[in-house]
Every structure is written in C-alpha cells, then in structure tokens.
Design a protein around this ligand. Sequence first.
Ligand SMILES: Nc1nc2c(ncn2[C@@H]2O[C@H](COP(=O)(O)OP(=O)(O)OP(=O)(O)O)[C@@H](O)[C@H]2O)c(=O)[nH]1
Ligand SMILES: [Mg+2]
Length: 359
Amino acid sequence: MKVALTGYPNSGRSTIFNTLCDSFTESSIDKGRLKVRLGSSKIEDHRLDKVAELFNSAKKTLSEMQFNDFEYQQDDSSQQKGLDDQMIAQLKMADALVYVVRGFIDESIYYRFDKIDPLRDVESIESDIIITDMSSAEKRLTRIEHDLKKKGRKELQIEYDLILRINNILNEERPLRLESFTDEEKKTIRGFGFLTQKNCIVLINADDDGNFPGDLETIKKRCSEKGIGVLVLRGKLQAELKELDKEDQEIFIKEMGLEETAVVKLIKAVYKTVGIIHFFTGGDTEARSWTTKKGATAYDAAGAIHTDFQTRFIRAEVIKYDDLVKYGSEKACKDAGVYRSEKREYIVQDGDIIFFRHN
Ligand SMILES: Nc1nc2c(ncn2[C@@H]2O[C@H](COP(=O)(O)OP(=O)(O)OP(=O)(O)O)[C@@H](O)[C@H]2O)c(=O)[nH]1
Ligand SMILES: [Mg+2]
C-alpha cells in the first residue's frame, strides 16, 4: 500500500510525513531536480498476535503502509500548467493520494497565497491534477488520430472513443474516480495511470488548537462531491507527540484532547477511502498480515504475496480468524469442518487466514 503526500510548499507536508513514518530514506531524482523521501509505517493489527500464537510462529511481520514526500512542482513550460513529469511519476506509483493543505496561520512562515484557505487549495490542487490527466488524454488522442489515418484498426477506434469520453469528463472538471468503467475499459486505461482515478484524501494541517479557516462541513461536502475524504490533523503538535516515549504519548494524547496518533488516524482514513482489508498467512517460521482491496479474489491476494503464488495457483485454503480463535488450531478447524478449500475466484474476507497451494 503506497500513499503519496502532496501539497503546496510550507503546507506542513514534511512535518506530517515525519510523524507518520518509522524511518525513511531520501533520494534525488533527475539530477537532483526532485528530492523524494520514502518512508513506511507498520500497520498494527492485534489479530496477528493470536495468529502467531496459534501457529507457534517464530516471528511476526506486520504489513506496512508506505509514504512518499516530494516537492510540489508545476510544469511552467506548458501553457496549461499541469504538473512536472517527475512529480507525476511519483503520484502515479501511489495507490492513494493525500493532499496536505495548510490550515495553520503563521505570518512568519511564507505561503504562496495571502490568505490561508484549505478549500481553495483543495480545488487548486485538484485542478492541477485534472489538467495533468487531460494532457495525457489529449496526447493519446492526437497519437491515435494519426495512427487511424494510416491503419484504421477497430481496437484503436474503441480506445479513441473511450479516451474521448474521458477527456470530455475531465473537461467538465469531473475527476475519473467518480466514473464507473467496465472491466474491459479499465484494462484499456490502466496503463495511463490517470491521477484523478486514484483514491484521495484531503488532510487539513490545523494549528495546535485544531483550528483552521473555513467550515469543516462545507469542505467535507464539497470534497465528497468529488469522491474525496477529509481528515484534520494538528501537524506540529503531532510532531511533538512523536518525540515522546510511549507512556508520555498516551498522557499527551489525553491532555491535548487528541484521540489517537496521526499515523493511526491517517491509516484509518486511507482504509476507509480505499476499502482495505487484512488477511493473514501463518506457519511455524512466520505469521504475517497482508493488505488487499475489498473485493479482491484469492488470486489477487496470492499476487500480493508472490507472483509465483499467482501464476502457479491451485487453490486457497481458508480459515476465518474467529474460527481459529474458537477452535484453537488448524487441526481443530479441520475437524470442525470450518477449514475450507476455495478457488481462485473466492472473494477474500477481512481476517481470513489463507494457505496458498501452488505447484
Ligand atoms: N504553526 C504551525 N507551523 C507548522 C505546522 N506544521 C508545519 N509548520 C511549520 O511550517 C514550516 C513548513 O513545514 P514543512 O513541514 O517543512 O512544510 P512542507 O510542506 O514540507 O514544505 P516544502 O517541503 O517546502 O514543500 C515549518 O517551519 C514547520 O515547522 C503547524 O501545524 N503549525
Ligand atoms: Mg517538505
């Protein structure tokens, strides 16, 4: 699960990134033109302890959420002012986008606009992203028009019609995440990596008291019309919280009236927006939690672990977490008849413990 943090300079993106990650590395891309920081955070799931205990596993591995943080770069060379190619490449790699928008007011910290206005920023970033998608759609249309003149292939015409439809949607400033596409269409557009098709969350970086200009309900309403979730975090406060040890953190969380740490809050929001579930694998060497999207098949889940598991898939043997806890062991589950053999089309459920049989 990869999440890209994006947002204007001095919105507090890096502050938030630091509070989210257990550790990170920094790299320079394109001769130092873009600095990218890549970090990750373990996703706690108490069920893994139980799975490890029941399988006598030597070690436990939690799944991770990856975050990246890079500068916001617009492409000033083009008239439309889309985003910079290197930045687009970073966004394309992500499963979900988080727009960090500045909510804190601090005259001593420069901002590109005179006034702090989270909703304006959301709309402005969303517009940059729409323009970026439009520009890839238009490029493809021009290319196909050229090829059609030469060959006139039927598949090309189908693709042309689809991209034209997409371009019209974008022209009306509608993000593609609101549209539904058939499986066939999804396949055709997968390679484009349209950014407005990605799940998206707005993270308002509020001041230490949790305040920001604008009305949260209005922002939520406007965002939900675009299929975007909203989250409010106090970036600087959360960064201070991160510096404390576990015990003091809990006291601080209570005193400041925070419900939980930034990372827990964001992970929950991403889970809700993207529709993520956990499944487990267990054995004597390792018990491990994995993430996949709701609605994923056993075949998809196998691919999340290893491509070999997918290409050589025979079947998935599944125990429900609650059954494992109830009966206490793999064998007891078999005896009770709750150990099931499933085909590749099986829809994985949250908490499934899966053994992938492959040849
Ligand atoms: N008062 C206040 N200051 C904050 C808050 N969050 C971040 N800052 C400050 O704002 C400045 C910019 O924060 P960064 O996290 O570096 O912002 P950024 O979005 O990563 O900026 P760029 O990397 O330049 O794009 C720093 O001085 C932070 O300490 C906040 O919630 N309240
Ligand atoms: Mg930064």
